[in-house]
Design a protein around this ligand. Structure first.
Ligand code: GAR
Length: 190
């Protein structure tokens, strides 16, 4: 039986797309569900194009026992947060111990926490005059951007970088590393 991955995403979904591509013909894992809290998000179009089941949630449904049960019924083994902006409730974390991973567009523990997502992260990094930034892939616990770190890698920040140009560098790193890191994690379980 292939391991079943659920991707949680709120935005454009470029990382979701990379994960889907990576696992499309994979022997041991597949992306079988996309969970999104924003009906207008680009990732919903990706789900439709890829014919992957889409589940729309809100803050309340995410917290319900029924939601955990639904994921379990669907046989989900791993939850991958790829730009998902709602806080993950404790009930979900308890149901998927060591099986929920997030990607953050900075070098945690710096530039994490509530409100630190997307452009806000890159703006803060540039404002602080950092010479490098990067990505962090980590397990999810009950605090924002806090769980054990699995992988980090860096990129330089130059004086001429804008939040937009830094976002491009970060997306490049994310697209290169996220799916292989998730794959390594899944393969360890086999
Ligand atoms: C990614 O850069 C991801 O690291 C970030 O949102 C972006 C989603 O892009 N996540 C966070 O900021 C979480 N705190 P995408 O929709 O193109 O994959």
């Amino acid at each position: 039986m292939k391991k079943r991955i659920a991707i949680f995403a709120s935005g454009a979904g470029s990382n979701a797309q990379k994960l889907i591509d990576h696992f499309r013909h994979h022997a041991f894992a597949s992306v079988s569900l996309i969970v999104c809290n924003n009906p207008g998000a680009g990732v919903t179009e990706i789900a439709a194009a890829e014919k992957i089941e889409l589940l729309l949630v809100d803050r309340t449904s995410l917290r319900s026992d029924e939601f955990v049960q639904l994921l379990q019924q669907k046989g989900i083994d791993f939850i991958i947060l790829a730009g998902f902006l709602l806080k993950i409730p404790g009930s979900l974390i308890a149901a998927f111990p060591g099986h929920m991973v997030n990607i953050h567009p900075a070098l945690l523990p710096k530039y994490g926490g509530k409100g630190m997502y997307g452009q806000f992260v890159h703006e803060a990094v540039i404002r602080a005059g950092e010479k490098e930034s990067g990505i962090t892939i980590h397990f999810v616990d009950e605090h924002y951007d806090h769980g054990a770190i699995i992988f980090q890698t860096t990129c330089p920040v130059s004086g001429s970088d804008t939040p937009e140009s830094l976002a491009q560098k970060i997306h490049f790193l994310e697209h290169q590393h996220f799916a292989p890191v998730v794959e390594r994690l899944i393969l360890k379980e086999l």
